[in-house]
Design a protein around this ligand. Structure first.
Ligand code: FMN
Length: 150
């Protein structure tokens, strides 16, 4: 079974630390995991089809998701609806985000990523850098996603 952890992290690496903890939880559950920071480049939507489940992480940018993650969901719609690419939906997925004291990004994330499949667990949030407790929540979310994926 394969999982994708797709996230954006640019300012301090806060969301990247959360992504790594989610990936650890998934790997502990026996999944093969790819992690991708959209800061490093565009994620090809066709590659998403090969994953059994996914976790998505964003910083709060103006109470919305980072632009590159919105692009991923734009690509998802076009590939699925206009190009007929299969296996882009019906996947269990989990959400995590970091913020600077607002955190309203969760509303946009919940609304956008629902097109991927069924949300697992509650979104994990971090006020700026994730502390040990938040990282443990991220690992637990990864494990919960593993169970939903099997
Ligand atoms: C362009 C920009 C817009 C932001 N807007 C918000 C916001 O509306 N609400 C909030 O709580 N934090 C906001 N922040 C703070 C980031 O969400 C926060 O610093 C986050 O932890 C950065 O994650 P990263 O280190 O993974 O890039 C913003 C940061 C940037 C760069």
């Amino acid at each position: 079974m394969k999982a994708l952890v797709l996230y954006h992290s640019e300012e301090f690496g806060n969301t990247a630390k959360m992504a790594e903890a989610v990936a650890e939880g998934l790997r502990e559950g026996g999944l093969e995991v790819d992690t991708h920071n959209t800061l490093d480049g565009h994620f090809p939507i066709n590659e998403f089809a090969g994953n059994d489940c996914a976790a998505f992480g964003s910083p709060d940018y103006y109470s919305y998701v980072a632009g590159a993650l919105k692009t991923f969901m734009d690509d998802h719609y076009i590939a699925r609806v206009r190009k007929g690419v299969k296996n882009l939906q019906g996947k269990p997925y989990a959400l995590f985000y970091s913020h600077g004291g607002g955190g309203r990004v969760v509303t946009a994330m919940t609304s956008l990523f629902k097109h991927v499949g069924t949300q697992v667990g509650e979104p994990v949030d971090s006020y700026l850098a994730p502390n040990a407790g938040v990282l443990e929540e991220c690992r637990a979310l990864g494990k919960e996603l593993t169970e939903a994926c099997k």
